[in-house]
Design a protein around this ligand. Structure first.
Ligand code: HEM
Length: 129
């Protein structure tokens, strides 16, 4: 007869102090994936409603870029996109059986490279139009 263990619900985020790096990688990947889907819908909604000629279109985009909050959000978008891509490529390697023993290290590497790219992008995004 097999034994059963009551390990509690995986979905119990109140236990976040017990999470191992793999759990954080899973949470970050889900979060960034769905943020990208949300951005994609917003992006299409904005562009498809800025109709009425090339002047209105350009003014809409320039007006958005002039807002500091938009440029800060762009830095956020870059960070979720870069992390999702790097971690996604890492996951594909893991799925193929490469780097199974170094999963924590490769997750940390995704975070560090993401941080480096995002920090390097800040002057470009926040310097104004
Ligand atoms: C080079 C670009 C990308 C790579 C390499 C990539 C890679 C991956 C991988 C490997 C998974 C599955 C993770 C798992 O095993 O559970 C995944 C999940 C997902 N990705 Fe991407 N992705 C990319 C771009 C995108 C983009 C552009 C979007 C959105 C517009 C997106 C949205 C999602 C979503 C929603 C999930 C499912 C998250 C969940 O588990 O609920 N990804 N991605």
């Amino acid at each position: 007869m097999s034994e059963t263990y009551d390990r509690g619900a995986v979905e119990d985020f109140g236990r976040w102090r017990e999470f191992k790096p793999g759990m954080w990688a899973w949470i970050f990947h889900k979060f960034t994936g769905w943020v990208l889907v949300g951005y994609l819908f917003t992006h299409i909604a904005v562009l498809s409603t800025a109709t009425g000629g090339d002047v209105l279109y350009t003014n809409t985009l320039q007006g958005l870029e002039e807002l500091l909050v938009v440029r800060v959000l762009e830095v956020g978008l870059l960070s979720v996109a870069v992390f999702h891509i790097l971690n996604g490529v890492r996951l594909l390697f893991v799925d193929l059986g490469f780097g199974l023993e170094n999963q924590d290290k490769s997750f940390y590497a995704s975070l560090v490279v993401t941080a480096a790219i995002v920090v390097a992008s800040v002057p470009t995004f926040l310097s104004g139009v």
